[in-house]
Design a protein around this ligand. Structure first.
Ligand SMILES: Cc1cc2nc3c(=O)[nH]c(=O)nc-3n(C[C@H](O)[C@H](O)[C@H](O)COP(=O)(O)OP(=O)(O)OC[C@H]3O[C@@H](n4cnc5c(N)ncnc54)[C@H](O)[C@@H]3O)c2cc1C
Length: 442
């Protein structure tokens, strides 16, 4: 027997994935978004990050491919790229490396676990997932519908009111996937509930992105590359990427931190590229013309909200995705974290339904599981960010033992230990949770 009605607030990657998962467990799911959602792969205001590089790591791709078996096909048809094992790499002054966290000069070509990453614009990824969610028979989507207050009866959430519409939508479960706007905090205040503590890493990070059309499409035939920041000199806070995306375009995303932001004017943008430690991007862009941008996105800090520490919480409300954890985008993890959280929800609902258990207390089981999925990405992002002088905030001291193991394993991987490399990579790629290190003796 399925549960009654669920509402998902926000139709970004976390919301779309949640709606798909909930459609297996609820008779009826309503997915809301405040945006007018474009019918084509266009940027929309509620997901302003869509102008910037969005890589889908193997862990997120595994989950999305299971939930949406036609997804990769749809992406391929519309010009999305599959990178791997050799098409996506970082360039450093030492040469090519296939791992962000260590120098690995050759691609990982383990046939059982190919290091497969998907590259496309974020609007295309969203469109391809959205079309499959919209086709689900028990999912209704309402766009230009901004969630306002939460409806409650004592500590039970009973629905959501929409701004400008008098009648509230009723639900047995409301999943908050409203991203950085985070309705949950507002709703907890509305219900006089405790607010979660926050950890933050002040990475002071900025992206600036533009689309270019190459004059000769075969000038670059790999999928894309990152240029890692220089280890020394005047420009240690700069990096960038070039990725082949739909319509034969190149998406160039520059990244800078701690005040050294990439400029928004084209000349400044190109000059910035000229200061990167490898000249490949500059050389390619000499024969390409600007199509759109440059557009900037400032990301002052990574935040994780410790919902898992709360001892009381409204029944019938669950946060997911960026409402819980916003990670420095430079490591490409956020969408995959959302997918892993959605799978935690799936597994908890599956277990409850087996014994016809009610939804009561679901938050108590779910919030720690959702947090668990943020631990690995949070540690990776923090280790990278704190390696840059000037980063401040909450170093993940409580993860000291895992970090110790990770560092040892990374060193072993550097020396060619394939087992150690596979474990570190699987955690970084979000195929395994951070707790996979618990049983490792090093
Ligand atoms: C610049 C940048 C680059 C990134 N690059 C990557 C990457 O390469 N790889 C990766 O995995 N992740 C990346 N991320 C992270 C990724 O975008 C998010 O982590 C991921 O999409 C999950 O977000 P979400 O669905 O929780 O929120 P969002 O994608 O922000 O979606 C929230 C949705 O809620 C809607 N909404 C907000 N308020 C309301 C309301 N009141 N009522 C109804 N709807 C509402 C919004 O319109 C929006 O559609 C990047 C992030 C940024 C900022």
């Amino acid at each position: 027997v399925k549960y009654g009605r669920a509402i998902v607030v926000g139709s970004g990657i976390a919301g779309l994935t949640s709606a798909r998962v909930l459609s297996d467990h609820f008779d009826h799911v309503t997915l809301l978004d405040s945006d007018e959602i474009p019918k084509s792969a266009d940027v929309r205001s509620g997901a302003a990050q869509s102008r910037h590089l969005h890589t889908l790591l193997p862990g997120g791709l595994d989950i999305l491919s299971d939930l949406f078996p036609n997804l990769e096909n749809a992406l391929d048809k519309q010009g999305g790229m599959t990178a791997g094992p050799s098409g996506w790499y970082a360039l450093t002054s030492h040469g090519k490396t296939y791992r962000i966290s260590r120098f690995q000069p050759t691609p990982n070509s383990d046939p059982d676990r190919p290091n497969k990453t998907r590259i496309q614009t974020r609007p295309l990824l969203e469109l391809c997932i959205r079309q499959q969610v919209e086709a689900l028979p028990n999912v209704d989507v309402i766009y230009q519908a901004k969630a306002g207050h939460i409806e409650t009866q004592s500590n039970q959430v009973t629905g959501v009111s929409l701004q400008g519409i008098q009648k509230a939508l009723k639900a047995d479960l409301v999943v908050d996937a409203s991203g950085r706007a985070s309705k949950s905090l507002e709703w907890l205040k509305q219900m006089s509930g405790d607010l979660p503590e926050e950890s933050a890493v002040n990475c002071d990070f900025a992206y600036c992105s533009a689309l270019f059309r190459p004059k000769n499409i075969s000038a670059f035939t790999d999928v894309g590359f990152l240029i890692s920041s220089a280890r020394e000199g005047d420009y240690t806070k700069r990096g960038g990427s070039l990725a082949r995306v739909e319509d034969g375009l190149w998406q160039v995303t520059l990244a800078g931190r701690l005040g050294d932001y990439p400029p928004r004017d084209l000349n400044g943008f190109l000059d910035y590229i000229g200061t990167l430690p490898v000249s490949k991007m500059s050389e390619l862009l000499e024969n390409a013309e600007l199509v759109s941008g440059p557009s900037q996105y400032l990301f002052p800090k990574s935040i994780v909200r410790h919902y898992e520490r709360l001892t009381s919480f409204p029944e019938g409300l669950l946060p997911i995705g960026d409402t819980i954890c916003q990670l420095n985008p430079g490591y490409g993890q956020g969408m995959s974290v959302s997918c892993r959280q959605a799978m935690e929800l799936d597994s908890l609902l599956r277990t409850r339904r087996k014994t016809e258990a009610p939804l009561e207390g679901l938050w108590r089981d779910y919030l720690p599981c959702a947090f668990e999925q943020t631990r690995g990405p949070w540690v990776f992002a923090a280790l990278m960010d704190f390696s840059k002088k000037g980063t401040t905030g909450d170093f993940p001291d409580s993860e000291a033992e895992g970090i110790r193991k990770l560092k040892i394993l990374n060193k072993r991987a550097d020396k060619g230990d394939t087992e150690a490399a596979s474990l570190v990579d699987s955690i970084f790629d979000l195929r395994l949770p951070f707790s996979a290190l618990d049983d490792v003796l090093v």
